[in-house]
Design a protein around this ligand. Sequence first.
Ligand SMILES: *Cc1c(COP(=O)(O)O)cnc(C)c1O
Length: 361
Amino acid sequence: MAFALHSYPVVYRAKFGHKEWKGEYLEKPHKTPEAEAALPKAELEALEESRNWYVDMPLVSYTTQYGLSCFEGLKALPQKDGGLALFRPDRNAARFYNSMQGLYMPPFPPEYFVDACVQTVKRNAEQGFRPWYQARWEQDSFISADSVYVRPFTYAEGGIGVALSEKPWVLVVASPVSSYFSGGTSAAVITERIRATPKGTGWIKSASNYVISALAKYEANAAGFMECIYLDATHRKYLEEGSSCNVFFYLRSGELVTPELGDTILPGITRSSIIELAQDQGVRVSERKITIDEVLSEGEECFVSGTAAGATPIESLTYQDKKVVFHEGKTGDLTAVLRDTLKGIQYGTLPDTKGWMVRVF
Ligand SMILES: *Cc1c(COP(=O)(O)O)cnc(C)c1O
């Protein structure tokens, strides 16, 4: 299971009050990895589950009642030289700041964010909670590689009336993660659901957005598809993004297109990294509106991008009774180059010429 929750024991928690943030590191009791390996399965599962239980936080809050929360997702990747490094945490810090401001919360300073992510990964790793680099990952372009998933999020104070959070917590948890999609290519479908509307919260990594995503993804999976892609709410013809990832189309003309950002599209950090890497390859990249008709007739390659997805090829896209198969259902050449370049930088097999990686060790 790619995204099973096996929380690492050390958790960062900061609280806003008296106009400032005060942070601390909490640690759940845990056994050594050696002892854990020897435990019966049920006990091990109970132990892992208990690391996600914190009873000193309010049960009824704006977060648990109304989904008032925002979050981030980033990875620390095992390096070939034995280290661990985070991918562009400064960008997640900036987006988290914007998300909190978008929800009218007191924003969390970016320097605190980066430090909390580094320290949470480090403190867990020092106790053995970390993956190590495996040379065999190089054989499948790191599709099967492990990493540490870091999840910063806000949690509101207690309250039952519909209101905003003035004194939120910010928490950072970490857990192990392997690849999001099982590998190879995958089929996608245009969902009839609307993820985000103009003037809404689509541009914020807001918890409330993801119920619709989960519904749409469930429906897509039930219909035999791996991923669903949204059209815009107003015209119902422009592509927007996937359930929790951005989308790119490589057209027959040689243009790589990704929908332009606005208030309904999440500004992915993988998205902006891919745009840079593609430009470095000499590819013409456009951030513009693109209709489903243009994709059906001109699409040559397609992939989705995100922290979890990396750059995952999409083999086909189905829209009502129409279907376009990209690159004969195989991973496209440009898609493969971009995916491999991104993974190479992330796992340290290619030089980090852009200074994207922040070392934990
Ligand atoms: C997180 C997310 C993305 C991808 O963002 P990254 O920074 O690349 O991980 C794209 N779309 C949605 C809706 C998201 O929640």
